[in-house]
Write a protein that binds this ligand. Structure first.
Ligand SMILES: Nc1ncnc2c1ncn2[C@@H]1O[C@H](COP(=O)(O)OP(=O)(O)OP(=O)(O)O)[C@@H](O)[C@H]1O
Length: 248
């Protein structure tokens, strides 16, 4: 797996949409949406249920050929995807899942390196069902990263995990991001997850980006820090969730 080298010299954004429309029946779920995500930028996407987050992610992933729509979209060649369900193929061992479709003599070695990076050293010959939910997500991250993506698209990747495993996965994802620097678009319902991980948080509302907030905090971030809480409150308010303020 390559670390980030000369990639940032090219100023092309990782995602660019202009006037993106996606329509189901007579409802425009995305309404001429403009979005630019820079190379190497970690962006989280929040929004109420049904606001169109997955629709946007699937459009960017070019997984929506059957959906009616219009607008311009440009994304890089190397895009990796990660979902709530790890989508490992049950009939392939973990390493074979990670390197599936990869070519070249070094593929298996790269797969083993990626597994070690996500903390799954020695599990290459395991079957997916022998891994815990968190380990399956680690394997899915290895599968995403071994392709050296310029853009990582993640739709609620930790949504099915217990709270403790989720926190550990946050640390791992941020660490891998800092080492490899793909652009990331992370769809999540979890405001804390967004503020903890991303450098920019978007809120999707009524088919458009209603909030575009830069998170100016050093990493790793503490949820107890007052500025973390300010960002959280701003985003919760944007999502229409009233947040009682505790007095000190
Ligand atoms: N294939 C489809 N056919 C018809 N309607 C769809 C389809 N996919 C999504 N929609 C509708 O588009 C809207 C946006 O769905 P989408 O899954 O993008 O929302 P979301 O913000 O990701 O929601 P959630 O947070 O609940 O996962 C919803 O009203 C949904 O019912």
């Amino acid at each position: 797996m390559a670390t980030h080298t000369g990639r940032l010299t090219d100023a092309r954004p990782a995602i660019r949409t202009v006037g993106l429309v996606r329509r189901f029946g007579d409802r425009d779920v995305l309404k001429k949406l403009d979005l630019t995500v820079a190379q190497g930028e970690f962006t989280a996407l929040l929004g109420r249920s049904g606001s169109g987050k997955s629709t946007l992610l699937r459009a960017v992933a070019r997984l929506d050929h059957t959906v009616e729509g219009s607008g311009e979209l440009s994304v890089p060649d190397r895009v990796s995807l990660s979902f709530q369900d790890s989508r490992l193929l049950p009939w392939l061992r973990v390493l074979d899942n990670v390197v599936l479709g990869l070519r070249g003599p070094g593929a298996r070695e790269r797969g083993l390196t990626a597994l070690a990076e996500v903390g799954l050293e020695g599990r290459d010959r395991s079957w997916p069902h022998e891994l815990s939910g968190g380990e399956q997500q680690r394997a899915a991250l290895a599968r995403a990263l071994v392709r050296d993506p310029e853009l990582l698209l993640a739709d609620e990747p930790f949504g099915a995990l217990d709270a403790l495993t989720r926190l550990k996965m946050h640390g791992l994802l941020r660490e891998l991001y800092e080492r490899h620097r793909p652009a990331v678009l992370l769809v999540t319902h979890d405001v804390d997850e967004a503020v903890e991980l991303a450098d920019r948080v978007l809120v999707l509302e009524d088919g458009l980006i209603s909030v575009d907030l830069r998170i100016d905090l050093p990493s790793p971030r503490s949820r107890r820090e007052p500025r973390f809480q300010e960002y959280r409150d701003t985003l919760l308010a944007a999502l229409g969730v009233a947040q009682p303020r505790l007095s000190h």
